[in-house]
Design a protein around this ligand. Structure first.
Ligand SMILES: [Zn+2]
Length: 212
């Protein structure tokens, strides 16, 4: 396969990008001038170097915005939310994606901790490219329970079949822990994505969360 088609295949792996859009991206790059293309290339190669994944909540963050310590060849990376002493440890909000965490943060209505699941559990038997971090969530909740601080897990997943199925599965999975598990209120209309919800909607969804 030539570079043109290889690039199309790479762009097709981006979320929500079909073959025609992928091809448009490649033509766009071909029409771009040299400084633009070089800037893009160097930005992409710096991405993994400058953006770190938090080992506590799995949120991606700029290395300058948190703590990245390396001792004995072991790197500990904690984001600014996990290290913020002004936030409470009583509540842990589970979101599917980084972008959902950002929407919630922007709404300025929640002051607890987060856990980024990284995907949803699909009720269909189809291939799931984004595997949710179930084991990691169990470890995180176990740690919170052991510290005696964690009191409530708030499942903030989208109001669509995958999101609801995942909430059910997580409730079952987390029932072994002595903590309350609540689900974000349905101020979020059916099928809506957390990332597109406005501040007022998120605020009322958080206020109207339920344990049933
Ligand atoms: Zn974190």
């Amino acid at each position: 396969m030539d570079t043109f088609n290889k690039l199309i295949e790479l762009f097709r792996r981006f979320p929500g990008i079909g073959p025609r859009q992928a091809k448009r991206f490649v033509y766009f790059l071909l029409s771009g001038d040299k400084p633009f293309l070089e800037g893009l290339v160097s930005m992409i190669s710096a991405l993994k170097r400058e953006i770190t994944q938090c080992q506590e909540c799995f949120h991606f963050f700029g290395s300058s915005l948190g703590i990245v310590k390396s001792a004995h060849e072991q790197v500990t990376a904690l984001c600014h939310i996990c290290t913020d002493k002004n936030r409470g440890d009583e509540e842990l909000m589970v979101v599917a994606k980084d972008i959902d965490l950002e929407a919630m943060e922007k709404s300025n209505t929640y002051r607890g901790r987060y856990f980024v699941l990284g995907g949803l559990i699909s009720p269909m038997e189809r291939r799931n490219p984004d595997k949710p971090r179930l084991r990691e969530l169990q470890i995180r909740v176990g740690k919170g329970v052991k510290s005696g601080m964690l009191k409530e897990i708030i499942l903030a997943l989208s109001a669509n079949p995958d999101g609801e199925h995942t909430s059910d599965e997580l409730k079952r999975m987390l029932s072994e822990f002595p903590v309350k598990v609540s689900i974000l209120g349905r101020g979020l209309s059916t099928g809506s994505e957390l990332e597109y919800a406005d501040k007022e909607t998120l605020k009322s969804a958080l206020k109207n969360r339920s344990t049933s």
